[in-house]
Design a protein. Structure first.
Length: 526
């Protein structure tokens, strides 16, 4: 017998944390699972997703088949919603989530594992798409720690596939329509040509799909199988149902066979529609920057840290050349430079380039079997050094939050936010930093790792606000994590002591992929 448990949480006690796309995620997956005809019983939960109702339904579903002694060939579990790592445990965040009642108002991954394991299934498939409405989330553990957790989880089952929507240092993206990972899962099925589609094929499709997207979200997969297991048989009627539903969700636009198809519009209609996203005046940019400023100024710390730090916010008309590691940000903007109101700054730099060995040297290597000697030539190249905002009529170019310690035994922290914009988009770059005290009472920023948001449409004020809200929560989480590490021994000795609720305050997204946000901007993705 094959069983499926589908859980989508889109409503939360605090409306600003709602995830409208997750309701559509789980509807799409439900339609797909039904159409496979493979699963004899499906527990589908998309409403009344408070902890008591969800836990009761899941427990009763498992208990029913356990008491019957049912032979379970495969169990398929799909979750979409907020997630949180805490004390080496991943939590599925339910509607009535309360940080003070963490274990009561969430579903622990280990608890789900034990329930699924109790049925002794031959194959367990767990898919986790914890998304944050177009915003990435911060996860607070290292890759090594998460791998440890997941490997323990994996050992609970005979055979298993675990699919996660992003890496530890990345966010999972969604829009108000659907989560990108779930959409990719559906497209993997819709674009499949042969009859039977394996789980491994879905994983491969998702991997390739995200490698071509302009966001930094890298799904990952953990398997303990032969990689031959079939998810379902695909036919044209299944593809049509998925396509029609996805089309209706996306307002007449759907991705199929890697192409976007829309109802045909005249050139004039296309121009008019595209113009709706454009700002008509610099005042619209000024307005969104001032709203970001107000949001930054509202930053506060949770109770236990309020006495520890004084919060200073500052908004500067600063030349970016003075910011550490700004070249990494400038390089990511090179492709957008013609459209953004920025100017790239270049500097001359001497670089060493390896020379190809000559024919004589290659012949000598063949005869002597010695390793070839690498020779270099030095040349001066013009490289991107920084950038600056070319539009002067903006209220500020950099926003900063400094947490000045009121006690001598804690660090000074910093959040720096800068941006680039066009007539349509704004892109945010930010860093969470710990000051280095270079002399008594004198601090400076040393190593800075910049992160970047996706490009937001300037007129989409709500989405930008949500991103800045999320960024502030990430910063709180960054601070608490660092302080917990500093005082780890003391905390271990006194389990009744806590540094505060900052970490639990933060709604992260999904497992196996945590800690901060968008991509980091150096040479590697951020």
């Amino acid at each position: 017998m094959n069983l499926a448990i589908l859980l989508g949480v889109s409503k939360y006690k605090q409306p600003q944390n709602d995830l409208p796309g997750c309701k559509n995620d789980i509807e799409m997956i439900h339609k797909l699972i039904q159409k496979t005809g493979k699963f004899q019983d499906i527990l589908y939960i998309s409403q009344d997703t408070d902890s008591q109702n969800v836990k009761t339904q899941v427990s009763e579903f498992i208990r029913h088949y356990k008491e019957k002694g049912t032979k379970v060939d495969e169990i398929f579990f799909y979750y979409t919603g907020h997630g949180l790592f805490d004390n080496d445990e991943f939590h599925f965040i339910l509607t009535d989530y309360d940080s003070q009642w963490l274990n009561t108002t969430t579903y622990k991954n280990s608890e789900i594992d034990e329930l699924l394991k109790s049925l002794n299934p031959d194959l367990t498939v767990k898919v986790i798409d914890a998304c944050n409405s177009g915003v990435r989330y911060v996860k607070d553990v290292s890759n090594a720690e998460v791998n440890k957790i997941l490997n323990v989880s994996k050992q609970n089952f005979k055979n298993c596939y675990f699919m996660f929507s992003s890496q530890l240092d990345e966010f999972s993206y969604a829009d108000k329509t659907i989560s990108y990972f779930t959409e990719s899962f559906i497209n993997a099925v819709m674009n499949h040509e042969n009859k039977g589609i394996r789980y491994q094929h879905i994983a491969d499709y998702i991997t390739d799909d995200f490698s071509q997207r302009s966001i930094t979200q890298t799904p990952f997969f953990i398997t303990q199988t032969s990689n031959t297991e079939i998810f379902c048989n695909v036919d044209e009627s299944m593809k049509k149902i998925l396509k029609d539903h996805l089309t209706s969700l996306k307002g007449g636009q759907v991705i199929q066979e890697d192409k976007v198809t829309t109802n045909k519009l005249s050139l004039l209609e296309i121009i008019k529609k595209d113009a709706e996203n454009y700002c008509n005046d610099i005042s619209e940019v000024q307005d969104i920057l001032n709203k970001i400023k107000e949001n930054i100024e509202s930053f506060f710390l949770n109770d236990d840290l309020r006495e520890v730090y004084t919060i200073n916010t500052d908004f500067l008309d600063e030349q970016y050349t003075s910011l550490p590691s700004i070249d990494s940000v400038a390089k990511t903007l090179e492709g957008d430079a013609p459209n953004f109101f920025i100017e790239l700054d270049y500097a001359e730099k001497t670089v060493r380039t390896p020379l190809k060995p000559s024919g004589i040297e290659l012949a000598r290597v063949l005869v002597t079997q010695e390793s070839p000697r690498t020779r270099y030539k030095e040349e001066v190249k013009s490289v991107i050094n920084s950038f600056y905002i070319s539009e002067e009529d903006v209220p500020y170019t950099a926003a900063k939050i400094d947490l000045v310690p009121n006690f001598p035994n804690v660090p000074k922290y910093n959040l720096t936010l800068i941006y680039a914009f066009s007539k349509v988009h704004i892109k945010l770059f930010y860093s969470f930093n710990i000051y280095k005290e270079v002399s008594w009472g004198f601090f400076e920023l040393d190593e800075v790792k910049w992160r970047q948001s996706k490009k937001f449409i300037i007129k989409n004020e709500e989405e930008i606000k949500m991103r800045v809200d999320s960024l502030k929560l990430e910063f709180k989480h960054f601070i608490e994590r660092d302080l917990k590490q500093m005082f780890k021994n003391e905390l271990d000795d006194n389990t009744s002591t806590t540094i505060g609720t900052v970490g639990r305050d933060k709604l992260s997204k999904r497992p196996g992929h945590p800690d901060p946000s968008e991509p980091t901007v150096p040479a590697h993705k951020v």
